[in-house]
Design a binder for this molecule. Structure first.
Ligand SMILES: *Cc1c(COP(=O)(O)O)cnc(C)c1O
Length: 370
């Protein structure tokens, strides 16, 4: 067993010497940022990998979310899920937009299209769903609602790198999709993010917004922000991309082992994906049901005692944080499924370097043997 703590996820780090030539190239070119050669190469490589035409890179996913909202000039209210990482809603608040929480579907754990429809008002301008754990949202139903009410759709696809359905990457859905390349994600550039854009004109506008609004040396066309990814990040991304399929395959093996071992444990549910989805195995969520001898929190603490840091993603719900809890849509009575899931979910460690012995220890504890 390695002496690293067993956390819920750990980035895959390629051999250090493989990064050295990239550093040498940066030193030689003396380009550190501002759409340098590595930035350009990573955009091309990611577009190719994802099978999309237009992608704009960012310093992190949160800046990408904020810029996506700005690029569509959204205001008023935007419907979103309370069952996500807090950045999803923070991006709205930071943009002066009122988040409106809708409940989730108990099976997919994503926004429930019926709940979306019930929260639309005359102030609603868009829907911000999240592909939670990389599981695709009900994109068809969401688009039909958006079309019927003249709303934009921005997907928080932070978990959905390399997730595909029969038509390709799920990042092609909606008006825009936002990715995160944070160190905890399947594909990482230390910090980083991207917006998948539907056409060249949209990408151009987003590139303007992420670079202070500069059209050229002397022309500032709009009030932009600094959202640029730098050359170190982009170079690391290019190297990381060479390994991403192998790391996903390793994650898939871990997923299979967990599933097989936990299948027979009464009161532990391992949510399944619908058929036809190529998953990235970014997370391994389990639901601790009433039939299990311990509560979710008791199991969480039991694992902590032996150095296993599983995570309660996503507890507390975003709607429970102090800046949001007084919104009328944050009332627990209107979010019963999200509250139930937040009380039961636990994400188990899953990352390429997790070894068999460590996995056995986790499985033994959950099965009540350890
Ligand atoms: C990681 C994450 C983000 C934020 O991305 P950063 O790159 O960390 O800014 C946004 N939404 C979700 C659902 C995430 O998991």
């Amino acid at each position: 067993m390695s002496d690293r703590p067993i956390t819920v996820t750990q980035p895959f780090l390629p051999p250090l010497e493989e990064f050295v030539p990239y550093l040498e190239e940066i030193w030689k070119a003396r380009r550190l940022t501002n759409a340098g050669p590595f930035h350009q190469r990573l955009e091309v490589a990611l577009a190719e990998y994802l099978g999309v035409e237009h992608i704009a890179l960012f310093a992190n996913g949160t800046l990408a979310l904020v810029t996506a909202l700005k690029s569509l000039a959204l205001s008023g209210e935007i419907i979103t899920t309370p069952f996500s990482f807090v950045a999803t809603t923070h991006a709205l608040w930071w943009s002066g937009i009122t988040p409106v929480f809708a409940d989730i579907d108990p099976k997919s754990l994503n926004l429930d299209p019926r709940a979306i429809e019930a929260t639309i008002t005359s102030r609603t301008t868009a829907i911000l769903p999240v592909h939670v754990y990389g599981r695709p949202c009900d994109v068809g139903a969401i688009q039909r609602i958006a079309d019927a009410h003249g709303l934009k759709v921005i997907y928080d696809a932070a978990h959905a790198f390399a997730v595909r359905d029969s038509g390709g990457s799920v990042t092609r859905y909606g008006d825009l999709s936002v990715l995160s390349f944070h160190a905890t994600k399947v594909f990482t550039t230390f910090e980083g993010g991207a917006i998948v854009c539907p056409d060249a004109k949209t990408k151009q506008h987003i590139d303007l917004l992420k670079n202070f609004g500069f059209a050229d040396e002397v022309t500032v066309r709009t009030v932009g922000i600094n959202g640029k990814m730098n050359e170190l990040q982009a170079a690391f991304g290019l190297l990381q991309l060479r390994y991403v399929d192998a790391t996903i395959r390793r994650r898939q093996e871990i997923d299979t082992l967990y599933r097989r071992a936990l299948e027979s444990v009464a009161g532990i549910d391992c949510p399944l994906l619908p058929p036809g989805i190529t998953w990235n195995h970014a997370y391994f969520p389990i639901l601790v049901q009433p039939g299990y001898p311990l509560s979710r929190d008791e199991l969480y603490h039991r694992l902590r005692e032996v150095g296993i840091h599983a995570r309660r993603y996503f507890y507390p719900l975003i709607s429970e944080f102090p800046m949001y809890r007084n919104l009328s849509s944050a009332a627990p009575a209107s979010l019963p499924i999200a509250h139930n899931v937040a009380k039961r979910v636990l994400c188990l460690p899953i990352y390429p370097a997790l070894d068999l012995e460590e996995m056995d220890k986790i499985i033994d504890i959950i099965s009540g043997i350890g």
